[in-house]
Each structure stands twice: as structure tokens, then as C-alpha cells.
Design a protein around this ligand. Structure first.
Ligand code: KG4
Ligand code: ZN
Length: 331
């Protein structure tokens, strides 16, 4: 079995995965959303302190598995430096005391493997990764060969939902709040422009759209109503998704993916899933894959699943060499 630890942002999570059949034998996650919501976003120092409290609490439930552990896996990149360290310190201590190797995992690769929990991976695959820190189109050939086809020039898709939610005085994380509000709104009321629509560039940009929303909110001033908020959320969400679809259309014309998937925290968005499903059908892509909803946001089960591949390849990290890479931009 592999014990995996995830602490790249504001979720403390540990899982136990059986190597042979990839079965999840244990998984727990303690989210810090409530603690960060009053600040409208994640406060790194607070997140680190909360991990220091939550991780040992979860770990204490996994001691019955200790004798069967073959490796300990931990997210080391990308993420917040002070929170990644919390997981790594715990993983190093476990590796040393149980005398088992350490596997260092890229958390974005973990998101890709959230598609293959408790099953074999079906690769190659085209992937749209949408999270709080990343917006990327990837060509995943196999575990070790992942090409970044497009990335964001500024804010990420999930981050733009968080910022819109904050501007509207709604909660954190903003994604689920904005999606909920958008359901009751009129998506045609605000005519936000789709970013980079006329540009041949295969890249994303969300900071301009965020500013369009800011201007609309300022114009409404103090008299802003619940209906206004719903209409803003619906119009914003429609435009944010249209931007992803625009660029994917360009990519699908040149990259012939057999299968395509969406992963990352923001892949829980139902409107996005529906639009992607329709697009992949139009381009005759055979299968459109998504992760189970409860495993879209950061979790240790996906890190454990990813680590099974690393374990089979013998990709272990010497304790004195392993380090965190908070802002790494490759796989
Ligand atoms: O992957 P994740 O848990 O953490 C990072 O790696 O960043 O993604 C979190 C992000 C947040 O920005 C959150 O607002 C966004 O995913 N998100 C959503 C939805 N649920 C979560 N964005 C849009 N719609 C959603 N339903
Ligand atoms: Zn993530």
C-alpha cells in the first residue's frame, strides 16, 4: 500500500491506496474553506498552521495500515511553499521511521490521475486542467510525457470565479457560489467580451474579464440587488466558459485527440461539463472523461493513484535531495 499526503493549498488530506488494484482503502480530507472565507481567499500562513493541526489528526487514523506500507507519497509541487512543506516534513518523517521510500508527486499530475481512481489509466488523452492556480490544455501521452499546449497569461479560470465572488461579497471558494448564483440569473443581461476572441494565440487570459465585471458592479453601486448579482454571475460564467471553448476549438482542429477530459477543482462546474461534452461530440472525440465530483478539488486519493504509477517505475526521491517546487511550470 501507499500512504499519500496532499497539502498544496487549503485541503489537508491523506489516503491509503492498494498498489495491486489501486483501490482506495482510506481517504480523508479536512478543508479549511470556512477559516479562509472571512478573508475572501487563502491566507498561506493560516493554511500552514491549520495543516499542522489537521494532518496528524488524519494520520493517527491510518496506523493500522503502517505494517503494509511500501512507500509514502507527497505533493511537492506546485502550490503554496509554506503548506507544501507541512506535507513534506510529515512524509520525510514517515519514510525515515518506517524505512520506506518517498515518492514526490506533482499535484497537477495528480489531478490527471483523478480520472483513473481504482482503475487502469487510458492514455493517450487530451486534458483541460482548470483549477485555482492553473488553466492548461495538455496532451498526456503517458505518465512521463505530458506536453503543455496552452496556458494562462494571467489569472486562472478558478481564480477568476473566486475574485468575482469576492467582489460580489459572496463566499470562498467562489466557484460553487458563482455557479449557484448563475443558475438563477440572466446570462444575456451583461455583454462581457470573450477574452482573446480574435487572437490566433492559443492561450488564456482572465484578468480583463474580471475587470469588466468590476466595472459592471461599480456602475450598479450600492443599489445592487440579488437579481443583479445573479445576472452578473450568469453572464460572467457564460463568458469565462466561452473563452475555454473558443481556444479548444482551435486546438481540436490540429490535435486529433481520441479521448478528452476535464480535471481540477473547477471541473466540478456543471455548465462547463455540459459545454465540453457537446464540443467533444461535435469534434467526434470518442470519450469525454471527468473525475467523480468529490475528487475534483485537491485530495490525497489522486496523489496516491498517481504514486502507484511512480512506484511501478521505481521513481523514488532520496530524502536529502527532495524539495518543494512551489511555482514549477512543467511536469
Ligand atoms: O484544484 P483545486 O481544488 O485547487 C487548486 O489546485 O487550485 O481548485 C480550486 C479552484 C478554486 O478556484 C474554486 O473556486 C474552483 O476550483 N472551483 C470552481 C467550482 N468548484 C471549485 N470553479 C467554477 N465552478 C465550480 N463549480
Ligand atoms: Zn489542484
Amino acid at each position: 500500500m501507499i500512504l499519500s499526503i496532499e497539502s498544496s493549498c487549503d485541503d489537508s488530506s491523506i489516503a491509503i491506496t492498494r498498489i495491486e488494484d489501486k483501490k482506495i482503502l482510506f481517504h480523508q480530507k479536512i478543508s479549511q474553506e470556512l477559516e479562509h472565507s472571512r478573508y475572501g481567499g487563502v491566507v498561506p500562513e493560516l493554511a500552514a498552521r491549520l495543516h499542522a493541526k489537521a494532518l496528524p489528526k488524519i494520520l493517527s487514523k491510518t496506523t493500522p495500515f503502517f505494517n503494509d506500507l511500501k512507500a509514502v507519497a507527497v505533493t511537492t509541487e506546485p502550490g503554496l511553499s509554506v503548506t507544501l512543506v507541512e506535507g513534506l516534513v510529515m512524509a520525510k518523517a514517515l519514510s525515515m521511521s518506517l524505512n520506506i521510500p518517498l515518492i514526490s508527486i506533482n499535484h497537477l499530475k495528480g489531478h490527471i490521475y483523478s480520472l483513473f481512481l481504482e482503475k487502469e489509466a487510458t492514455l493517450p488523452l487530451g486534458v483541460l486542467l482548470v483549477s485555482g492556480g492553473h488553466t492548461q490544455i495538455l496532451s498526456v501521452k503517458d505518465y512521463e510525457e505530458i506536453e503543455i499546449i496552452a496556458t494562462t497569461l494571467d489569472d486562472s479560470f478558478g481564480e477568476s470565479f473566486d475574485k468575482v465572488s469576492k467582489m460580489l461579497g459572496m463566499g470562498y471558494p467562489g466557484g460553487p457560489e458563482v455557479e449557484k448564483s448563475a443558475k438563477n440569473g440572466d446570462a444575456t443581461r451583461f455583454n462581457f467580451t470573450v477574452p482573446l476572441r480574435d487572437s490566433p494565440k492559443v492561450a488564456f487570459s482572465y484578468s480583463g474579464l474580471k475587470n469588466q465585471v468590476r466595472v459592471a458592479i461599480n456602475e450598479l453601486g450600492d443599489s445592487i440587488t440579488e437579481k443583479d448579482k445573479n445576472d452578473i454571475c450568469a453572464s460572467f460564467q457564460k463568458t469565462a466558459i466561452a473563452h475555454l471553448i473558443d481556444k479548444l476549438k482551435r486546438v481540436f482542429k490540429t490535435e486529433k485527440f481520441i479521448n478528452f477530459a476535464v480535471v481540477g477543482g473547477a471541473s466540478a462546474n456543471m455548465e462547463l461539463r455540459a459545454k465540453l461534452e457537446a464540443l467533444t461530440k461535435k469534434f467526434k472525440i470518442e470519450d469525454f472523461l471527468t473525475a467523480p465530483l468529490e475528487y475534483c478539488s485537491d485530495n490525497a486519493a489522486m496523489i496516491g493513484r498517481c504514486a502507484v504509477e511512480a512506484y511501478k517505475l521505481g521513481e523514488f526521491s532520496p530524502l536529502d535531495e527532495v524539495k518543494i517546487n512551489p511555482r514549477v511550470n512543467s511536469f
